[in-house]
Design a protein around this ligand. Structure first.
Ligand code: PEP
Ligand code: MG
Length: 540
């Protein structure tokens, strides 16, 4: 039995086998071989194994996300049959007498460079596919030990670090807990763990090379502890804690259907934050009054190309129809910083958090923005939709957004497509937006304070930098005063103000927020009922 300690980002207990996530594009070693034909046979076997995996993934995706989105796995299957691709691999093995893994890696790099250099946008996007199938083939050559959750029992995921796109692709039903060696408590991966209601620890100093898949472990998100190969006593203790947690959750269930009203009669809207259509189940399960932040950029992550207008329309409509009359606030895409997507070709930046991201991309590349707006306006007829724009710093940006909105309206009208203009708000997550919130309040329907970024930009603390977690203090007076200023300015012009950053779920501050006059708090679904209980205790 060995214990490790780290920082909890979501409290909870899990017991189960571990699954070590390896990065797909680890360096492949080149080695000389004796028998090229033997090596080629290995490649053929790996291709067969990869084809089977892709078929299973395709079948699973068809039932979960529909045929259009699943088609990518069919494309991968076809690419694996491509004669040029396979001949290139055989050729390297024969002429250089090198190992199969190396030949596949080199071929993958060459083909993906070739695709990336093409003019046609569709062909350009295939670069990532070739990389993907080559990585799959390399994994199959190593015995097929891939990080494929589709075929595994629920596991505790161990990784050096996880990006939001890796996290979003995982099958949530197969994850018992997340444990990472690196990572920051304020990153989107941590936020996703909270949203998924999964115990998660970061900054755990484990040597992953020494850990085998299938080893038993206990993750204690209350103590910030991971126990590898726990003894009988540790297992029993964990099982007891799980039972107690379940009992607490059962008690919270009594709050379902009750109002979020303080003893003094002040009603607060308690909404949920989600990352995708799949999270709506958690929203309903926890009885949220609406969705206060749908991070629509997650629709763009973990895929090879832009989601089309139709695909987006389908996703937004599904959420709206499921939520019925309840409000759904969809944030327009907030790509960039830690949420990187290859096909956006954003390039490397010195300071990505201060860089080309969110509304800046939308204003500079209005075609991307317009596709999303069209899908949103069309979806709007199916429910109670509001939209909000991220990373606003000025009234000029809002003005420019409204010009684009006007163009989209006129285009839809000209095409005689049914749509409805939703309520439009902005996120307040830069100090600049706070300081001009009196002017912004006159232009928009509502404010939603993004405390995660507001803290990062106000305190000059990178929210992704694990070394700075101790300096990242959203309770700082500067932040609290800013929130007060934003609420006051919203109310002055008859608008409402909410918080959708993680601070909204901080029960130590609920009383203060209510005193400040907050109208709405949007939190992870798992926090809804706890927040309701806190609000109902207050007498302010
Ligand atoms: C925020 O910045 O507080 C926010 C809600 O947006 P995100 O965490 O997605 O940047
Ligand atoms: Mg933000």
């Amino acid at each position: 039995m060995v214990k490790f300690f780290g920082k909890p980002v979501y409290k909870g207990i899990a017991v189960g086998p571990v699954l070590v996530m390896k990065k797909g594009d680890e360096q492949v070693k080149r080695s000389k071989i004796e028998n090229p034909e033997e090596e080629i046979r290995k490649v053929d076997q790996a291709v067969e194994m990869a084809q089977e995996q892709l078929q299973k993934l395709y079948d699973k995706a068809v039932t979960e996300v529909g045929e259009t989105s699943a088609a990518i796995f069919e494309v991968h299957q076809m690419m694996l049959e491509d004669e040029d691709y396979l001949d290139a691999i055989y050729n390297i093995i024969r002429t250089e007498t090198v190992n199969a893994e190396y030949a596949v890696a080199v071929t993958g790099d060459n083909f993906s460079e070739m695709f990336a250099g093409m003019d046609d946008e569709y062909m350009k996007a295939r670069a990532a596919d070739v990389k993907d199938i080559s990585n799959r083939l390399i994994q199959c050559l190593g015995g097929g030990d891939e990080n494929d959750f589709a075929f595994r029992e629920p596991s505790i995921v161990l990784a050096e670090d996880l990006s939001p796109s890796e996290t979003v692709q995982m099958d949530k039903n197969k994850i018992l807990a997340f444990v990472t060696v690196h990572g920051s408590a304020n990153s989107h991966t941590s936020i996703l763990a909270r949203m998924m209601n999964i115990p998660a620890l970061i900054g755990v100093p484990m040597d992953l090379d020494k850990i085998q898949n299938g080893m038993k472990a206990v993750v204690d998100g209350f103590q910030g502890e991971v126990i590898l190969e726990p003894n009988e006593f540790a297992c029993r203790e964990a099982e007891n804690k799980i039972a107690k947690e379940q009992e607490k959750l059962r008690l919270l269930q009594d709050l379902k259907g009750k109002d979020n009203v303080t003893k003094s009669g002040k009603k607060i809207n308690v909404y949920a934050n989600i990352g995708g259509v799949g999270d709506v189940g958690y929203v309903l399960e926890n009885d949220a009054g609406g969705i206060g932040l749908f991070r629509s950029e997650f629709l763009y992550l973990g895929r090879e190309d832009f989601p089309s207008e139709e695909e987006q329309l389908q996703a937004y409509r599904q959420v709206l129809q499921t939520m019925g009359e309840r409000k759904v606030i969809i944030r327009t895409l907030d790509i960039g910083a830690d949420k990187q997507v290859d096909y956006f070709n954003l390039g490397k930046e010195e300071n990505p958090a201060l860089g080309y991201r969110a509304i800046r991309i939308c204003l500079k590349q209005p075609d991307i923005f317009k596709t999303q707006l069209r899908a949103l306006f069309r979806a709007s007829v199916h429910g109670n939709l509001s939209i909000m724009y991220p990373m606003i710093t000025s009234t000029e940006e809002v003005q420019r957004i409204y010009e684009i909105v006007e163009e989209v309206k006129q285009e839809l009208e000209a095409e005689q497509i049914l749509f409805k203009l939703p309520e439009q708000g902005i996120m307040i997550e830069t100090p600049a937006a706070v300081m001009v919130s009196d002017e912004l309040a006159q232009m928009v329907d509502f404010f939603s304070v993004g405390t995660n970024d507001l803290t990062q930009y106000t305190l000059a603390v990178d929210r992704q930098n694990e070394k700075l977690d101790d300096f990242y203090n959203p309770h700082h007076k500067a932040i609290l005063r800013m929130i007060q200023m934003v609420i006051d300015n919203a109310h002055k012009y008859g608008k409402w103000a909410g918080i959708c950053g993680e601070l909204g779920a901080d029960l130590e501050l609920t009383e203060e927020f209510v005193k400040m006059g907050i109208d709405e708090l949007s939190v992870s679904p798992s926090m809804i009922l706890q927040l309701r209980r806190r609000i109902r205790e207050l007498d302010v």
